[in-house]
Design a protein around this ligand. Structure first.
Ligand code: PLP
Length: 413
């Protein structure tokens, strides 16, 4: 036979096992979500067979008329969803989207001012091991160690001194509203361009649950697989004046053939995100993150910035137990079927491999249909383990809560 189970039982078995893992674990990784079966249908379709270098109506291959329509739907829906002048839906990932923005407007050696990684920034915002840190001269800004919030006055002072050509704003582990308007003013007053990377919060931005950077930033990049709940991929939005430069920075600048199956899946995702149900989903994501943050705070745990305005919260474990590392907490929670990721915290004293923080996000459990009452249960389960990381009884009790919730809120796969 030609089915996967017959053709390649080893890989088939992995898919079955992973589906089962997703079904019976509480997923709290803030960058993950459960996409819709319809998105997976497009992503797993015959469009994977098609080469389509170029853009709709301007391809370097024959036979592109049909996939052109898929890309045009994706572009038009993305523009409508975010109110943007121009959209490029071809970046294979969030990192590729950022690479293309840099390539469109910077030369090697140019200066960029970015948020540092341990305060919540991303690798592609100038980390020394990343191409962005190797190609450009990087200066960092961060959060105020007291408040855990971006210190805009300091960003402004840095921008005046350093005179960067571009400033980036956007984070992987920041729980508060970002003032994009202020960041754009700082950038533009100092002759810099602003890149707003909304990879994490795109779903909130699309539905008005977080202020949009689109009217202010020169470039907006995002992933499509986090709060947006689409296929894995990237997206760039920009002002009309940068449209040509962005398109040529994606292709032929940094990529070859676009993934047409993924672009069709992005179109499905954007179409869904334009519906009322998606707005109520995003509102629930925020309520759920707050319910989890409140539960943990009530139980005496410390959160960076003291709470959350968005889809995630960041636990500073030093407030729970000075000996407890993020690594240890993550491993013990894993044993209780609760999936999280360890994370550095502002003023981190441990290595990125150990860390003192734990990042907790609500998008995936909210997609399963869980609400505030379930978040309280999850908070209780997490507290049991953080209070007694050596206790097997605590793991057993937490796992019971996790399995019970998973059984009550099955995935649609
Ligand atoms: N930018 C931010 C703020 C992110 O959190 C991420 C995801 O990790 C990315 C960019 C990169 O996205 P990808 O993993 O698709 O390359």
């Amino acid at each position: 036979g030609t089915s996967l189970s017959k053709l390649d039982p080893e890989i088939f078995h992995i898919l079955v096992e992973e589906k089962d893992r997703q079904q019976c674990h509480i997923e709290l990784i803030a960058s993950e979500n459960f996409t819709l079966p319809a998105v997976m249908e497009a992503a797993g379709s015959v469009l994977t067979n098609k080469y389509a270098e170029g853009y709709p109506g301007k391809r370097y291959y024959g036979g592109c008329g049909i996939v052109d329509q898929a890309e045009t739907f994706a572009i038009e829906r993305a523009k409508q969803l975010f109110g943007a002048d121009h959209a490029n839906v071809q970046p294979h990932s969030g990192s590729q989207a950022n690479a293309a923005v840099y390539l469109s407007s910077l030369d090697a050696g140019d200066r960029i001012l970015t948020m540092n990684l341990s305060d919540g920034g991303h690798l592609t915002h100038g980390h020394p091991m990343n191409f962005s840190g190797k190609l450009y001269e990087v200066e960092n800004y961060g959060v105020d160690p007291e408040t855990g919030r971006i210190d805009y006055d300091k960003v402004e002072a840095r921008a005046k001194e350093f005179k960067p050509k571009m400033i980036t704003v956007g984070a992987s582990a920041y729980a508060r509203i970002i003032d994009f308007e202020r960041m754009a003013k700082i950038a533009h007053d100092n002759g810099a361009l602003l890149l707003a990377d909304i990879a994490h919060i795109a779903g909130l931005v699309a539905t008005g649950e977080h202020p949009s950077p689109v009217p202010f930033a020169d470039f907006v990049t995002t992933t499509t697989h986090k709060t947006l709940r689409g296929p894995r991929g990237g997206l760039i939005l920009c002002k009309e004046e940068f449209a040509k430069k962005i398109d040529s920075a994606v292709f032929p600048g940094t990529q070859g053939g676009p993934l047409m199956h993924i672009i069709a899946a992005k179109a499905v995702c954007f179409g869904e995100a334009l519906k009322d149900d998606f707005k109520s989903y995003q509102a629930q994501v925020r309520r759920n993150a707050k319910a989890l943050a409140d539960t943990l705070t009530e139980k005496g745990h410390k959160l960076v910035s003291g709470g959350t305005d968005n889809h995630l919260c960041l636990l500073d474990l030093r407030g729970t137990d000075p000996e407890l590392t993020g690594k240890k907490a993550q491993i013990r929670l894993d044993e209780a079927n609760i999936t999280t990721n360890r994370n550095t915290v502002p003023g981190e004293t441990r290595s990125p491999f150990q860390t003192s923080g734990l990042r907790l996000g609500a998008p995936a459990v909210t997609s399963r249909g869980m609400g505030e009452a379930e978040m309280v249960q999850i908070g209780i389960a997490i507290d049991k383990i953080l209070r007694a990381p050596e206790s097997d009884d605590a793991v057993r009790e937490a796992k019971e809560i996790a399995l019970d919730l998973c059984a009550k809120f099955p995935l649609p796969y």
